[in-house]
Design a protein around this ligand. Structure first.
Ligand code: CA
Length: 225
């Protein structure tokens, strides 16, 4: 059965365009034009994923996100925030509130579909593992093997997971809370401070390459895009 995606966007032309593209990609699409309608539709349609515009009349995207996360029935429903605000400090608010991901407008249809697929796939069986390649770095998750310019790196499980998370999506900023939630090693960081400590250790092992692991002040970390 096709996955159902709820598109919440007040601008009709944008909403219709997204809906058509998602339908062409094989998804069943429901639409909502404001926050109140979005919450009603989530309950009646039970979508598999919500594309949620940030700027909406009345209840805005953040209000809708807050309501969903507060409801145990929908707390785990994946939400991708659509935002025209490219300010990382605004984006981080949505992520800290529990959004699964964000996309900055304007975005390409290809990127949107890829993000949706990636999120929906997480719920299924583990996807086939592929090597993560970034600059001179090659990570083989199945073997937990990391190579930099052909030389093997000796990383702890937590460091490997942190590096894999960041290197798999260069340019994307992860908050400390997201890093805590998404990395799982025996020494995985459990606090924001632990993430900082792990980043310092990782940078040291990476040498000059470690400069690519950038701190985004007040937000978190990213691999230079
Ligand atoms: Ca809008």
């Amino acid at each position: 059965m096709a996955n159902v995606i709820l598109v919440v966007e007040d601008e009709e032309s944008i909403r219709t365009l997204i809906a058509l593209n998602l339908q062409a990609a094989g998804y069943t699409v429901e639409e909502a034009k404001d926050g109140t309608q979005a919450l009603e539709k989530v309950k009646s349609v039970k979508p598999d994923l919500v594309l949620l515009d940030w700027m909406l009349p009345g209840l805005d995207g953040l209000d809708v996100l807050r309501s969903l996360k507060a409801d145990p029935a929908f707390a785990t429903l994946p939400v991708i925030m659509l935002t025209a605000k490219s300010e990382e400090h605004d984006i981080v608010l949505g992520l800290e509130m529990g959004a699964t991901d964000y996309i900055t407008k304007p975005f390409s249809n290809k990127v949107l579909i890829a993000r949706i697929r990636a999120i929906l796939r997480r719920g299924d069986a583990a996807p086939p593992e592929e090597n993560i390649r970034y600059a001179g770095l090659v990570l083989t998750p199945g073997q937990r093997r990391a190579e930099l310019d052909g030389a093997e790196l000796s990383l702890t499980a937590g460091e490997f997971d942190l590096l894999a998370l960041l290197a798999a999506r260069p340019g994307h900023v992860y908050t400390r809370a997201q890093i805590v939630a998404r990395t799982k090693g025996e020494d995985y960081p459990v606090t924001d401070r632990a993430v900082d400590v792990q980043v310092v250790a990782l940078r040291r092992k990476l040498g000059v390459f470690g400069e690519r692991l950038e701190t985004v002040r007040g937000v978190g970390y990213r691999m230079r895009g």
